[in-house]
Design a protein around this ligand. Structure first.
Ligand SMILES: Cc1cc2nc3c(=O)[nH]c(=O)nc-3n(C[C@H](O)[C@H](O)[C@H](O)COP(=O)(O)OP(=O)(O)OC[C@H]3O[C@@H](n4cnc5c(N)ncnc54)[C@H](O)[C@@H]3O)c2cc1C
Length: 507
């Protein structure tokens, strides 16, 4: 079961030929809407041919395929190179599979809570992990095949399956094929990072990629890392029926968010029986008859936790180590991210880097937004910039956290005069009706301009509701715009104006 960083070991892409409706970046691409199919060129067929393209797209993450579609639409002869799975991380081993699993976990959780709603379920709630995985796989397959069908169906586009490596600024090798491109777009993403912890060589471990292959229930899952990916797996596996312990080096979970958010997330996790071990410095791993043991020098609790399985969820690294960037003269920063400017241009003319690899975002929506920025500048005479965008992300535990703009800590750090509004979910009628009252809403306002600086909605529907605030922020309108609106009853959103009507100075 020992996991390797799969993305470091390129394999040929999954054969994807079934034409079917599919979802990509949340958009349904209807079957047959991909245009005429073009035979993909294998590396063998193109051996020793130096092929010239107007544009080369390396990687089919969340910006690569859309870039290819736009480039070909502009009449540019385009090559797309993918070494593994079409659609990249989000589609295959990221957002889509995890959110499919989160949905199964929520179904189990709500079934167990049936009695709270007056629903009697005879017998114990059982989770069939094989069926949970089969459901997840079917959802992933549909998206993955849709992306590959889409790309292979693009007119003027040649798809190469293999690992791309620069040989010079505008020359890329894919196995035996040599490609030259006037413009090159790098969308190679990132991979799970496994730190060189004491004892890691002696134990089996899972990553966010390999855990998705499990079709059984770990008896006791230990998760190293108390941030987004770790917490989603923690709650999911607890709801499936595993014992779960989260071990975090820092003194709180999701440390980039505010203390009250971290504390409430911890409470939500603990309410479901997940053990959280914070301040776990000097972690040491060792093989144990039952699986794995981890020594944790925490403030409190047993000094050793024994589990059946270990998930390492401590971050991700950009896929730049095996791309030949030095040959091309493309600069990376100290952590290996490709250095880009505000329009996502690398240090070499006519080469762009989009998605996780540029270190300017680590989400599907930031990667997709990168595609929009690049094409707006290239083709639409629209000077869009990375710095135009407002921070936005969600943590998909249940209830979810939706976050936009600045945190309270960040607002304080600016020293500006600000207002804060906060409302507990227990005061929200919709949350009470649904017996899901954990969490709170919080909003921060600039006292002078009355513009919204940021918000956190941790509670039922928080990942969706936060968009009403995000949209007002993009509109550049004052908070009074929402405050004066007439929202629909009964919703969580209807309490946002109420919260905005009770602002206090940020002390
Ligand atoms: C478990 C998990 C859950 C996540 N959940 C969310 C979520 O809920 N919401 C969200 O917004 N984000 C989420 N993310 C992050 C999200 O998946 C990424 O930010 C997103 O996929 C953007 O990636 P990208 O476009 O940079 O490239 P990627 O999607 O990583 O794709 C890069 C592609 O490039 C290919 N490639 C790499 N090197 C080469 C090479 N040399 N030659 C050819 N091809 C190459 C890879 O095989 C891959 O297909 C999650 C990530 C993980 C791991």
């Amino acid at each position: 079961m020992r996991s390797t960083n799969e993305q470091e070991h390129p394999a040929s892409a999954r054969e994807a030929s079934r034409s079917t409706d599919t979802a990509y970046h949340g958009v349904t691409i209807p079957a047959g809407a991909h245009g005429p199919r073009v035979q993909a060129v294998t590396a063998e067929e193109s051996k020793d041919m130096a092929q010239k393209f107007d544009a080369i797209v390396i990687g089919t993450g969340q910006s690569g395929p859309s870039l290819a579609a736009r480039l070909t639409k502009q009449g540019l002869k385009t090559a797309v190179i993918e070494r593994k799975l079409f659609g990249g991380t989000c589609v295959n081993v990221g957002c889509i599979p995890t959110k499919a699993l989160v949905a199964s976990a929520r179904a189990a959780h709500m079934a167990r809570r049936g009695a709270d709603f007056g629903v009697a379920i005879g017998g114990a709630i059982e989770v069939d992990m094989k069926r949970v995985k089969a459901r997840k796989d079917a959802i992933v397959r549909q998206s993955n095949q849709g992306v590959s069908n889409w790309l292979e169906g693009l007119e003027n586009c040649t798809v190469f399956r293999g690992h791309a490596r620069f040989e010079a600024a505008h020359t890329v090798r894919v196995d035996d094929a040599l490609l030259e491109g006037d413009r090159i777009f790098i969308n190679v993403g990132a991979r799970p990072f496994v730190p060189d912890m004491a004892g890691i060589q002696d134990v089996d471990y899972l990553t966010s990629t390999s855990i998705l292959e499990l079709d059984f229930l770990p008896e006791h899952l230990i998760i190293v890392g108390g941030s987004y990916i770790g917490l989603e797996f923690a709650q999911m596996y607890r709801r499936f029926g595993s014992r779960v312990t989260v071990v975090e080096m820092g003194d709180r979970l999701i440390a980039r968010d505010d203390e009250d958010v971290s504390a409430t997330v911890k409470e939500i996790m603990e309410n479901e029986g997940i053990a959280i071990r914070l301040n776990a410095e000097c972690m040491t791993l060792r093989h144990h008859d039952q699986g794995v043991a981890i020594q944790v020098a925490c403030d409190s609790g047993a000094p050793e936790v024994v589990g059946s399985h270990l998930l390492m969820a401590v971050g991700r690294r950009p896929n730049t180590h095996d791309l030949g960037l030095d040959e091309a003269g493309i600069e990376t920063d100290a952590r290996g991210f490709i250095v880009v400017d505000d329009q996502l241009r690398t240090t070499v003319p006519d080469i762009w880097a989009t998605g996780d690899v540029n270190g300017r975002g680590a989400f599907t929506h930031t990667s997709y937004n990168d595609y929009e920025i690049v094409t707006a500048n290239l083709f639409d005479d629209d000077p869009r910039r990375v710095s135009d965008r407002i921070t936005a992300y969600a943590l998909y535990i249940d209830p979810p956290l939706g976050r936009v703009g600045m945190t309270e800590n960040q607002v304080r750090a600016t020293g500006r005069r600000a207002l804060i509004g906060k409302m507990m979910m227990s005061r929200v009628g919709r949350a009470r009706e649904r017996s899901e009252t954990q969490g709170f809403m919080k909003v921060l306002i600039d006292a002078e301009s009355e513009k919204i600086l940021g918000a956190a909605i941790l509670g039922i529907g928080g990942d969706e509701i936060v968009h009403s605030i995000l949209d007002i922020m993009y509109a550049g309108a004052p908070y009074t715009t929402i405050q004066r609106a007439m929202p629909i009853h009964p919703t969580v959103s209807e309490l946002v104006p109420t919260m905005l009507g009770d602002l206090k100075p940020l002390e």
